[in-house]
Design a binder for this molecule. Structure first.
Ligand code: FMN
Length: 204
């Protein structure tokens, strides 16, 4: 039975546009994959320490040499890698912050990009055979041809880093224009409806 990993990277709970889309995606995916399981990974409910010396010792030295501190530091990373490797499809909902990814998502990526676990020393990705759908919510619009298109450093980076670990079947939904909600010129429901067809299609 297929498994979906739903990753959320917005701190805004019910106000979050990206979370509305991952919820919609998850609902659609469940309809399309009867018997499938959804695993939720909320990055705001996950302890995601930055890479530090105990973590490095845990990642780059044999397990039998690990101090208690290193064992603890690398345990979080191991659990996140195990979780990722076990699924078939991933939906990642994220805001755009400063034209790139939010720090919490970068912290997650630093835990899952692991030598010997998700890539080899010859740069072969080990997390193969998975589909990834990335949904980026942004205040501005970065679709092809838009004036600000070239400012979007998030799509290319996420595609590159997930490709590096072997996840190359990637589709991206650019859910731009959320500033209209903050300005009161559009409701969240209206904006979500605009992007719904793209999200429903990706969940097939
Ligand atoms: C710290 C911060 C930085 C942001 N930077 C950008 C940006 O560079 N470009 C943009 O279009 N929107 C930017 N925004 C707006 C968010 O991308 C937008 O509010 C989006 O809907 C957030 O996702 P969420 O609704 O899932 O929380 C920024 C918002 C915050 C709080």
């Amino acid at each position: 039975m297929p498994t979906l990993l739903k990753i959320d990277a917005s701190p805004r709970g019910d106000y979050s546009v990206s979370r509305s889309f991952t919820a919609l995606f998850s609902e659609e995916w469940t309809k399309n994959h009867s018997g499938g399981t959804v695993v939720e990974r909320d990055l705001f409910k996950t302890e995601l320490p930055f890479v530090d010396v105990p973590w490095l010792m845990g990642a780059y030295t044999p397990a039998e040499q690990h101090s208690e501190e290193s064992k603890k530091a690398i345990a979080i990373s191991n659990a996140l890698v195990d979780e990722l490797l076990a699924v078939d499809h991933i939906v990642l909902g994220t805001p755009m912050y400063n034209f790139s990814l939010p720090a919490v998502l970068k912290a997650y990526i630093d835990h899952i990009v692991r030598l010997g676990r998700t890539f080899t020393s010859s740069y072969e990705g080990l997390a193969k055979g998975k589909k990834l759908t990335i949904i980026i919510a942004s205040g501005g619009v970065y679709t092809p041809g838009a004036q600000a298109e070239s400012y979007n450093a998030e799509s290319s980076y996420l595609k590159q880093i997930f490709g590096f670990i072997g996840i190359t079947d990637v589709s991206i939904v650019l859910a731009g224009g959320t500033s209209a909600i903050d300005q009161g010129t559009k409701t969240k429901d209206v904006l979500v409806a605009e992007f719904k067809p793209a999200v429903v299609e990706a969940a097939k």
